[in-house]
Design a protein. Structure first.
Length: 315
């Protein structure tokens, strides 16, 4: 039988500067005829799902009763927070393809905690499905938003004291996520310096301000072992409210622009043609970005499945 090689955790350790030797994992593939039948059935099933999901109200009903394979639900955004599901699933999938047993996921701007609780629940399902452990961290000042620094913090919309947290109430409901409380420009460097967290695979930024978001982006400036070669990111404040008039000179868009200008080989980029590659359009498609560490030792590891379906273009 054909076999497929997957990079192991030891290979990552070596690439990141350790001394372990990589181990190849051999995965047997099914015979070609059986594989062709499986692909035909899968294609037929996907066409049927695409047609049914296009019926008005069908996806809303599917979200209310989220049945079916997790990968299919990711594809169609069947979740109360499809952006979290997409980011967590694809980050864990990348880690699995690279042979890594665990990743970290971070939410910047926890506020009341609904997002962090949702991240916990989604991460649990993704972890069970893919066999990759996901450690959750929530960063927040704990006392509401700080005062805006200047116009880039969109002070015409947000102000000091917005979105306070009830820490005790939230801690009572969290299952395994860790809260990191304090000013982001202080907690992020400390996290990178002292944490034994698995590599970061997904980050949700919801800090509203330019200054806070720019400080939070420092979490992607750690050594290669602290993040995946491509880390999925979601930026909440790229649209709404309309009065914000978001643009690249204020808010999160300005923080992304300045981060990219300051780094030659580290870039935070939108996923090009993201909506086109999906079977439906949604606003959150425009809010998904990927952090690229072009000098990461695993950046060029080929993760395309070694099957004729993916590597051949016959007549």
């Amino acid at each position: 039988m054909h076999k497929e090689t997957v990079v192991s955790q030891e290979a990552y350790t070596t690439a990141a500067g350790g001394s372990s030797v990589g181990t190849a994992v051999q995965v047997e593939k099914p015979p070609a005829r059986r594989r062709s039948k499986e692909l035909f059935a899968e294609t037929l099933g996907r066409r049927l799902v695409r047609r049914v999901s296009a019926v008005p109200g069908a996806r809303s009903l599917w979200r209310a009763f989220p049945a079916g394979p997790l990968a299919l639900r990711v594809e169609y955004g069947i979740s109360a927070r499809p952006h979290y599901l997409y980011g967590l699933y694809n980050a864990a999938s990348l880690a699995k393809q690279l042979g890594l047993p665990a990743i970290s996921a971070i939410e910047f701007g926890v506020a009341g905690g609904r997002g962090l609780l949702a991240m916990e629940a989604i991460a649990g399902e993704v972890s069970r499905n893919l066999g990759v452990q996901i450690k959750i961290y929530g960063f927040d000042g704990g006392t509401g938003m700080p005062p805006p620094v200047d116009y880039r913090d969109v002070a015409h919309v947000w102000d000091q004291g917005f979105y306070k947290m009830d820490q005790e109430a939230l801690k009572a409901r969290l299952q395994n996520a860790s809260l990191v409380i304090g000013e982001v420009h202080k907690t992020v460097p400390g996290f990178l310096a002292n944490s034994d967290a698995p590599p970061i695979g997904f980050v949700a930024f919801d800090l509203d301000y330019y200054s806070s978001t720019r400080a939070a982006l420092q979490v992607l400036e750690g050594p290669a072992g602290s993040h995946l070669p491509r880390t999925y990111c979601y930026f909440d404040d790229l649209l709404w409210p309309e009065i914000a008039c978001h643009n690249e000179y204020i808010g999160e868009l300005a923080a992304i622009r300045d981060f990219n200008l300051e780094h030659e080989a580290l870039k935070v980029c939108p996923i090009n043609m993201f909506s086109y590659m999906h079977n439906y359009r949604a606003p959150w498609h425009e809010q998904m970005y990927v952090f690229h560490d072009f000098h990461h030792p695993l950046y060029c590891v080929n993760i395309t499945p070694k099957t004729s379906y993916h590597t051949d273009l016959p007549l």
